[in-house]
Design a protein around this ligand. Sequence first.
Ligand code: M6R
Length: 361
Amino acid sequence: DLGGHDTYMHKEITEQADAVDRVLRGRIDDRFATVHLGGLNLDPREARAVRRVKILGCGTSYHAGLIGAQMIEELARIPADAEPASEFRYRDPVVDPDTLYIAVSQSGETYDALAAVQELKRKGARVLGVINVVGSAIAREADGGVYVHAGPEVCVVSTKCFTNTVVSFGLLALHLGRTRDLSVKDGKRIIEGLRRLPGQIAEILEQEPQIEKLAKEFADARSMLFIGRVRGYPVALEASLKLKEVSYIHAEAYPASELKHGPLALIEPAMPTVAIVPDDDLLEKNRAALEEIKARSGRILAVAHQEQEKADRTIVVPKNEDELDPILMGIPLQLLAYHTALALGRDIDKPRNLAKSVTVE
Ligand code: M6R
């Protein structure tokens, strides 16, 4: 049921404030400044014994995992990284008993992620799932995990599930942090940030008319560059995937710090850049990157917490806690991808050559 929307993609983008509200519901424990995650199956002693976290997923779920890894490093101070599940399973990985493995999947049926989980289990590893579809193959195979409660996602292009997955990682990072060395003060700060998310998402969605105009402005591009640093880089990766999938415009994501090492050669007026510019300790560095692009006559669309002087256009998003900013910064770019695809007359819910759930290799 499209409920008055023209596509499921649009419907699902607009459902995100409610979806995030749902993933938070019943899980926050104000008294101990932590969250309860019922199905995690990881007691405090086991949580403290984790030496590394390795997150595995495909496509958008891999990108959510990249943000999750950063949150776990920042809040729980456990070394963490994410890797495409398909790559992991074919490089004969060293399976380490002190590593907590986390499989991420909307459908819970993605073959590459499932096969990685099965291989890990065969080798005795502990594997958790961060999954949307309850009772799916990966959820059944995992030792425990977090359901992301995004609700059914129909559009082939993942939007609300990405956001809820990243929020779920925020919950997991807070939980792990509070069983380790994260202070009550920081726990409370993150909880307050999490609670602000649904209202802030609603504020972003109200900007849709302006974003629609921007999409029309940039729809003539044959190729676009997406840049960000540290927290912003996975946001750039995900936004670039969204644009590619739904509009068929070629897009590439780079860490802004890598510009000088190659991609700057591509900059010209016909190659616009979308820059993720959070108001955090890398703000000045990000501004310097915008200056480099401007000096080469590049067109810039910034997603930032305040207007960016060097950008031709800025989408201003509400500021949250630094660690949670990536959750919000991708949302306007989902709308940008959607309106670009609409302007180009694409088949939005079923992009060519793609399937909702990839159950073959
Ligand atoms: O169901 P999953 O999260 O495991 O799916 C993984 C990818 O196939 C999926 O995210 C894909 O990249 C989407 N088309 C993204 O929009």
